[in-house]
Write a protein that binds this ligand. Structure first.
Ligand code: CP
Ligand code: NVA
Length: 303
């Protein structure tokens, strides 16, 4: 694996390989076993949007792997003043060993990979959030012990999270249902991808239908970063697209709840459901660290 640009690029085996390594690194981390697999390496982290989890987990993860991470905000980089990403890619390739980028257009991430000569990791674009969903899959396997036969449900905006969850969930063998309002459906490329999975993928505009018999329930904010001007319009469009008691009652007994965070209580999820499932949600947040360490090892070790 050369880069992590989107889950559509990965095979089931590559995903499972990352999850297995993430489990191993988590075990070693919990037991004080050092693993300086990336000793002497530097990861540049370009952020064109805000972040709590992604920034801190990549930076800490790189340190735990024996390397260092550089936080590169677009407010400080020349990218913010218009230097093309193609040039930034070629310059940074001369200094460092890998780049994690969080930005708007997926094309920018693909351009970095095409023009640079070092591994590129997608830390979120408008199209997808592969690092998050690898951590989500890791968490689901920890709680449920398997993927086969499980039903994953996503309620809300057909955004970057929805796109990656659909692809990741189907690839590892779960069935996936999604409830989203008309006009807020997942990306056409992702919907095209689902066609090969037949009735393992189900899309509706009724949350209760999507939640029926689900083992894992996901949601995400109604308004993603960069869409703030649409906040009021979205509040109307997404009213009712919420994980609440009624949705939990429709899901399977023992269903877990996941949220990539940050969460907006009483919008996409009630305070009550959030707090009842807080352990699962914060385990998911913790697993960002372990899953991303696995990704960095896969793309940056021995390079
Ligand atoms: N879930 C996630 O990516 O969180 P941050 O925006 O805080 O990085
Ligand atoms: N869909 C959200 C995810 C944040 C981690 C956003 O893009 O803002």
């Amino acid at each position: 694996m050369k880069h992590l640009l989107k889950l559509l690029d990965l095979s089931k085996e590559e995903i499972i390989d990352i999850l297995n390594l993430a489990d191993q690194l988590k075990y070693e981390n919990k037991n004080g076993i050092e693993h300086h697999i990336l000793k002497g390496k530097t990861l540049g982290m370009i952020f064109q949007k805000s972040s709590t989890r992604t920034r801190v987990s990549f930076e800490t993860g790189m340190y735990q792997l024996g390397g260092q991470a550089l936080f590169l905000s677009n407010r400080d980089l020349q990218i913010g003043r218009g230097e093309p990403v193609q040039d930034t890619a070629r310059v940074l390739s001369r200094y460092i060993d890998g780049i994690m980028i969080r930005t708007f257009a997926q094309k920018e991430v693909e351009d970095l990979a095409n023009y640079g000569s070092i591994p590129i990791i997608n830390g979120l674009t408008d199209f997808c959030h592969p690092c998050q969903v690898l951590a989500d899959l890791m968490t689901i396997r920890e709680y449920k012990g398997r993927f086969d036969g499980l039903k994953m449900c996503y309620i809300g905006d057909g955004n970057n999270m929805a796109n990656s969850l659909i692809v990741g969930g189907l690839k590892v063998g779960m069935s996936v249902s999604i409830a989203c309002p008309d006009g807020y459906r997942p990306d056409p490329e992702v919907l095209e991808f689902t066609k090969q999975y037949g009735d393992k993928f189900f899309m509706t505009d009724k949350p209760i239908e999507a939640a029926a018999g689900a083992d894992v329930l996901f949601t995400d904010v109604w308004t993603s970063m960069g869409e703030e001007a649409e906040t009021e319009k979205r509040k109307l469009a997404f009213a009712g697209y919420q994980i609440n008691d009624e949705i939990m009652a429709a899901a399977n007994e023992g269903a877990i709840v996941q949220h990539c965070l940050p969460a907006h209580r009483e919008e996409e999820i009630t305070e009550k459901v959030f707090e009842a499932h807080a352990n699962e949600i914060f385990d998911e947040a913790e697993n960002r660290l372990h899953a991303q360490k696995a990704v960095m090892v896969k793309v940056m070790a021995d390079k």
